[in-house]
Each structure stands twice: as structure tokens, then as C-alpha cells.
Design a protein around this ligand. Structure first.
Ligand SMILES: Nc1ncnc2c1ncn2[C@@H]1O[C@H](COP(=O)(O)OP(=O)(O)O)[C@@H](O)[C@H]1O
Ligand SMILES: [Mg+2]
Length: 234
């Protein structure tokens, strides 16, 4: 049984369904990656797991609990951290203030958790008194993820965390994602950089028009000729 499971999810934004029987799972310590063409429903699937998109049928479970009726806020309290695709940092606050906002749910001492995040992303420590709006794209993504980690989530959902990031920074970033998973967190990531993301994926999902087209280990998807020619540029 996986830690987070969205099973047979059908639903959308009120009109026709966007998701059709879509199943996404990620387990503790795993990196799972969702890839697929633009408009395939990747972000919608992630939002459905968080409760931002209503499901008509299907279920969402966290460990043994059905969380399908919980609000997004309640799901965050239950242990799901979410980093949206855009506008995911407060640009007019400093790096440290961004992390403090992430810590609002926690009773634990701010500096203990912040120290762990600064260890994971050392550049944030160096720039902790700078405004997030002054940082590079890659550094802002680190702030956004750091903020989500401040709640010590069991599951971390990342929607296109490498959008607009240079290739070198991207490789380095994926190494950190593996580090995060190795602490026992379940990481589920939507990625446009499909090849690189699948290289670190224990489990990969190819979504097309809201449906699961392929589900397999990242390596297996990378080796699958059909997946390669249709979704990975050959
Ligand atoms: N807020 C919204 N309201 C209505 N339709 C939306 C909304 N967001 C996305 N959609 C539609 O849902 C489909 C899937 O979008 P999305 O999940 O964002 O795709 P992806 O993340 O794979 O690029 C698209 O057809 C898109 O137009
Ligand atoms: Mg998207």
C-alpha cells in the first residue's frame, strides 16, 4: 500500500471531466514523476490529490485514511506539502520570512527546521536576508520547496519545479529531490523535463488526456521505445 493514493480519479473544474480514471500513487521514500503533453491533466491530478479540484468519483487516501472529503488546508495539516507551478514565493519577503510563513503550522522551534533546510539548500542560508524577488529562478524554487518542508510533510507535491531553470541547476536540483526522498518523504513531481526527471523516478506516470497511458519504473519508461518516440523525443 502506498502512502498517498489517488485512485480512479474522475473530475475536473465543473464542466466535462478532465481526469478519467486516473490513478497516481507514491510511497514513503520514493520519487514519483508525472509526465505527459501540455494540457494532459498533470497539474489537475496533483490539485485533485490536494483537494483543489473536486472529484466526481474515485478516492484519495493518505496511509490508511480516506482524505477525499478534507479541504486543502486540512490535507496540508495531515502531512501533504504542495509547491504550485507559479507564484510560489512571496517576492517582497526575505528568504527567511518565506520560511517563517511555512512554519506557521508547526509548534516546533523554527530554527531547528530552518537549519535542516539551510543544510539542504546552502545558498538560502547565505541569502536569508535578501528578498526572494531578488533571487534567480532556481533559488526561488528552493525557497518554495523549503517553505513547504517547514511543515515537515510526509508527502511533497511539486508542480514543474524546474520550469525556467538552467540545465546545470536542474541536475543539481534533482539531486536534492533524491536527498529529500531519502529522508523518508514521498515526493511526487510533475515535470516537463521528462527524461531527466524519469532518471531519478522510482515510479513514472505518463498521462494523456487525463488518462494513465503508461505506468512503470522511471528506468523502464526511459527504455520503452513507444514512450521514447511519443513522449521523450526519440
Ligand atoms: N482552472 C481551470 N478551469 C477550467 N479548466 C482548466 C483549469 N485549469 C486547467 N484546465 C483545463 O484542464 C486541462 C488540463 O490542464 P492541466 O492539468 O493544467 O494540464 P497540464 O498540467 O498537464 O499541462 C486543460 O484542458 C486545461 O485547459
Ligand atoms: Mg501543469
Amino acid at each position: 500500500m502506498s502512502l498517498l493514493t489517488g485512485e480512479a480519479m474522475c473530475g475536473g473544474y465543473g464542466g466535462a471531466d478532465i481526469l478519467h480514471d486516473c490513478t497516481i500513487q507514491v510511497d514513503k521514500g520514493q520519487v514519483a514523476v508525472i509526465v505527459g503533453p501540455n494540457g494532459a491533466g498533470k497539474s489537475t491530478a496533483m490539485k485533485a490529490l490536494l483537494g483543489m479540484v473536486p472529484l466526481r468519483t474515485g478516492s484519495v487516501r493518505l496511509a490508511d485514511n480516506d482524505i477525499g472529503k478534507l479541504s486543502p488546508q486540512e490535507r496540508v495539516s495531515a502531512g501533504i506539502g504542495f509547491v504550485p507551478q507559479t507564484d510560489n514565493v512571496f517576492t517582497s519577503l526575505t528568504v527567511e520570512e518565506n520560511l517563517e510563513i511555512g512554519a506557521y503550522l508547526r509548534r516546533e522551534n523554527f530554527s531547528t527546521v530552518a537549519a535542516e533546510i539551510y543544510e539542504l539548500f546552502p545558498v538560502l542560508k547565505q541569502k536569508r536576508h535578501q528578498f526572494a524577488g531578488e533571487l534567480s529562478g532556481g533559488q526561488r524554487q528552493q525557497v518554495a520547496i523549503g517553505r513547504a518542508l517547514m511543515t515537515r510533510p510526509q508527502v511533497l507535491l511539486l508542480d514543474e519545479p524546474t520550469a525556467g531553470v538552467s540545465p546545470v541547476v536542474m541536475d543539481e536540483f534533482f539531486d536534492r529531490v533524491v536527498d529529500i526522498a531519502e529522508t523518508g518523504i514521498a515526493v511526487l513531481m510533475v515535470e516537463q523535463n521528462a527524461r531527466q526527471a524519469l532518471e531519478i523516478a522510482d515510479l513514472g506516470y505518463v498521462l494523456v488526456q487525463g488518462r494513465n497511458r503508461y505506468t512503470d519504473a522511471g528506468e523502464a519508461l526511459l527504455a520503452n521505445p513507444e514512450v521514447r518516440s511519443s513522449f521523450l523525443g526519440g
